[in-house]
Design a binder for this molecule. Structure first.
Ligand SMILES: *[C@@H]1O[C@H](CO)[C@@H](O)[C@H](O)[C@H]1NC(C)=O
Ligand SMILES: *[C@@H]1O[C@H](CO)[C@@H](O)[C@H](O)[C@H]1NC(C)=O
Ligand SMILES: *[C@@H]1O[C@H](CO)[C@@H](O)[C@H](O)[C@H]1NC(C)=O
Ligand SMILES: *[C@@H]1O[C@H](CO)[C@@H](O)[C@H](O)[C@H]1NC(C)=O
Ligand SMILES: *[C@@H]1O[C@H](CO)[C@@H](O)[C@H](O)[C@H]1NC(C)=O
Ligand SMILES: *[C@@H]1O[C@H](CO)[C@@H](O)[C@H](O)[C@H]1NC(C)=O
Ligand SMILES: *[C@@H]1O[C@H](CO)[C@@H](O)[C@H](O)[C@H]1NC(C)=O
Ligand SMILES: *[C@@H]1O[C@H](CO)[C@@H](O)[C@H](O)[C@H]1NC(C)=O
Ligand SMILES: *[C@@H]1O[C@H](CO)[C@@H](O)[C@H](O)[C@H]1NC(C)=O
Ligand SMILES: *[C@@H]1O[C@H](CO)[C@@H](O)[C@H](O)[C@H]1NC(C)=O
Ligand SMILES: *[C@@H]1O[C@H](CO)[C@@H](O)[C@H](O)[C@H]1NC(C)=O
Ligand SMILES: CC(=O)N[C@H]1CO[C@H](CO)[C@@H](O)[C@@H]1O
Length: 585
């Protein structure tokens, strides 16, 4: 059995854990959500198609910080332009510079590692990124969205105190370092069924069972997510058993606005006999404050998930549940397509126990990859139309890419976020040899013409046929350069800088389900990602950095009627895909 082989585990860091294992059952390090007092006047849910007031408040803090960094990045990029600094001043106008978002696609470890290389190229903490890369762009960004494998990357960075890819690289191959795959739960190891393997899974089982014992449904996503926690958060007690997504609110880099807002994307789970598609899915996002959906217009506070809510407030005033938004569980939810590799292991563990039937019962709709939020915070929420969200006792979520939109663009295409430019890092495995074919872009573009996409606006992109014909998976492209061609859309969408996974120094088209990478392979995947994001460290185009600056400035240039520098003209001729989108009916 292939799957059984996949789940075989090597020796696990039991020694490192033993110090903390005695506390595994105490409540402060428990995976179980727990009673917690909350403000008497707290409003847990809200009904809106706009960002929260907490996000608006955070933007007041973070925008000046990122604008300052972006200014530095832009100035350096355009040093060869005639009157470059004057132009940058106009674009950045008194700290009100462009808003930059980054979207990292799904695609398992291929996406996580390749995406890490691209992010490293944008990060001024990476050695060489200042000269060979686009260092400072990450510091100048306001949003970073991740989906499935991309969510693992975003979670790893955010969950380790906004660490850098450089720091991860510096420790690759060391025991208990971040992404130490040698002891990974899926490791493709021959030492199957060793006592350490069993012991480690028993530990996970015990930790996850605490949630079930506290009265909350547990699914395979809990096991997947918590197992991933051990790999992504090696420094946290018990793999981050009590580490939550809302804990990001307390990070100094977050509070100070020095890091972008991390967003994790998932889908509402379909009914048992339905398939999700890009035109009928309901896309949800987790951000540090809220879980919700722009399309469905409902939001619940991330920190208080699991609380029984009535008319938007806790059923019992001042009594909330905390700890439901376990960080590993959030990234497991976005990547729930990866539950099959852990399924045999988990079923085997529960074989013949009393928990088996309980576990089976929670496998909603006959699916076992569903992440369950119960009670459903949106039950009986005041709403125009009857919907399953408002009537079900539980809210079920699945992998963000299950609706064939592997790029987490939806959060960045919202009017209320007003993003100027999105860097879309695409690691989709569309072709037979695992390269993208433009499906993710095309699907999200098309979505805006359907009811499910009435919240978004997205520039025209090529069909898959045109994408393949023009080999658009071999170099970056810009979509939506010319605002005059976007007038038919709902609102002015961001310019999309599309950067595909492509081969530079390493064949980075590894299989989505390749779950075992040596430290050397990891480093090569990361280096290749760096090169794909920079057109081979600018060897393929020495002007690429200038062109990125032009793409960032495009929206401000048109809204402020700033003359297009000649350098940007030639950039746009080289990278822009032109065409007029049809009317949004
Ligand atoms: C919270 O407290 C109530 C009342 O004391 C109790 O019935 C319930 O089991 C507790 N829930 C959790 C998750 O501890
Ligand atoms: C890099 O980022 C740091 C922190 O955001 C900032 O203080 C510094 O000026 C930046 N350096 C360069 C070379 O851009
Ligand atoms: C590209 O630049 C990065 C950062 O300096 C470096 O690690 C990598 O080796 C370079 N690639 C090539 C092919 O020179
Ligand atoms: C997190 O990083 C910040 C610097 O950004 C540092 O001041 C702080 O001490 C770190 N926190 C922990 C828990 O390591
Ligand atoms: C984890 O802990 C070790 C030892 O305390 C420390 O050296 C390392 O920097 C920490 N790593 C992270 C990502 O916080
Ligand atoms: C799907 O399920 C619904 C409700 O259970 C039922 O009405 C419908 O006929 C089913 N469709 C198919 C194709 O099985
Ligand atoms: C949703 O769309 C997919 C394909 O795009 C289709 O297969 C599926 O039947 C649709 N589901 C519903 C409920 O309409
Ligand atoms: C459960 O155990 C029985 C016998 O002990 C075995 O036949 C069966 O295959 C096991 N099931 C699973 C899902 O491992
Ligand atoms: C649980 O599900 C497994 C796999 O579908 C099945 O083999 C087993 O009989 C079920 N156990 C119970 C107690 O329902
Ligand atoms: C493009 O990729 C999708 C999967 O994402 C696949 O279904 C489709 O057949 C591919 N089309 C072409 C023309 O390669
Ligand atoms: C596409 O549009 C841009 C912006 O208007 C323009 O600069 C560029 O020359 C056009 N490219 C092509 C190939 O028509
Ligand atoms: C390397 C190793 O230990 N392989 C074992 C995996 O499990 C099967 C079945 O229990 C054994 O037969 C193998 O020896």
């Amino acid at each position: 059995m292939l799957l059984l082989k996949l789940v075989a585990i090597a020796l696990l860091p039991l020694a490192a854990e033993s110090a903390s294992s005695s506390s595994s059952s105490t409540s402060e390090n428990s995976y179980a959500p727990k009673n917690s007092s909350c403000d008497d006047l707290i409003q847990i849910t809200r009904h809106s198609d706009s960002i929260s007031s907490t996000e608006t408040k955070w933007l007041f803090k973070s925008k000046p910080v990122s604008a300052n960094q972006l200014h530095g990045f832009m100035s350096k990029s355009v040093s060869g332009f005639a009157d470059g600094e004057k132009w940058v001043q106009k674009v950045m106008k008194s700290g009100n510079g462009p808003t930059v978002g980054i979207a990292v696609s799904g695609g398992g470890y291929r996406a996580m590692l390749g995406g890490a290389g691209m992010i490293a190229a944008f990060d001024n903490r990476t050695k060489g990124a200042s000269n060979d890369g686009l260092g400072g762009l990450l510091q100048g960004s306001t949003y970073i969205a991740g989906l499935s494998g991309g969510a693992w990357l975003v979670s790893t960075l955010a969950g380790n105190n906004w660490t850098s890819v450089q720091d991860i690289l510096d420790h690759l191959g060391q025991k208990n370092s971040i992404w130490d795959f040698s002891e990974y739960p899926f490791a493709d190891s021959d030492s199957n069924n060793s006592s350490a393997t069993t012991e480690w899974w028993e530990k996970i089982k015990k930790e996850v069972s605490a949630k079930q014992k506290a009265g909350f449904p547990v699914t395979l996503t809990d096991y997947l997510g918590h197992a991933l926690g051990y790999n992504m958060f090696p420094n946290k007690t018990n793999g981050g058993a009590s580490f939550t997504y809302s804990d990001i609110q307390g990070l100094s880099a977050f509070k100070g606005g020095e890091m972008p807002l991390p967003i994790i994307v998932a889908n509402h789970a379909p009914e048992s006999n339905q398939t999700l598609g890009p035109y009928n899915s309901t896309s949800f996002e987790f951000n540090p404050w809220e879980l919700g959906s722009f399309n469905f217009k409902c939001w619940a506070q991330t920190k208080w998930l699991g609380t029984r809510v009535k008319n938007g407030v806790p059923h019992k005033q001042g009594n909330c549940i905390a700890g439901y938004d376990n960080f590993g569980w959030v990234m497991g939810t976005s990547a729930s397509l990866f539950t099959p590799p852990v399924t045999p292991m988990v079923l085997d563990m529960f074989n013949g126990t009393s928990l088996e039937s309980e576990l089976n019962q929670t496998m909603t709709n006959g699916r076992n990859d569903v992440a369950v939020i119960s009670p459903n915070p949106f039950k009986k929420i005041h709403f125009e139309e009857e919907s399953t969200y408002a009537t079900s006792d539980q809210l079920n979520l699945v992998d963000g890419g299950e609706d064939q939109q592997a790029l987490p663009l939806i959060p960045l295409l919202q009017k209320s976020r007003n993003v100027d430019v999105v860097f879309a890092l695409d690691f989709s495995a569309d072709t037979e040899d695992n390269w993208p074919n433009g499906t993710a872009l095309w699907n999200t573009y098309q979505r805006q013409f359907y009811d499910a996409g009435k919240d978004i606006s997205m520039p025209l992109v090529p069909s898959v046929e045109e994408f393949m014909k023009n080999k658009m998976n071999e170099k970056p492209s810009f979509f939506g350069c010319d605002t005059s061609q976007l007038k038919n859309l709902r609102h002015t969408p961001p310019l999309v800088v599309y950067i595909p996974n492509s081969k530079y120094s390493y064949a980075s088209n590894t299989s989505t389900y390749k779950v075992s990478y040596t430290a050397e392979e990891q480093a090569k995947m990361i280096q290749n990602g760096f090169e794909a994001a920079t057109m081979g460290n600018f060897t393929k185009d020495p002007d690429f950095r200038d062109c990125i600056a032009c793409a960032i400035a495009a929206r401000r240039m048109s809204s402020r009627k700033i003359t297009l520098p000649t350098n940007c003209e030639s950039c746009f001729a080289k990278y822009c895909y032109n065409g007029t989108a049809p009317n949004v009916a």
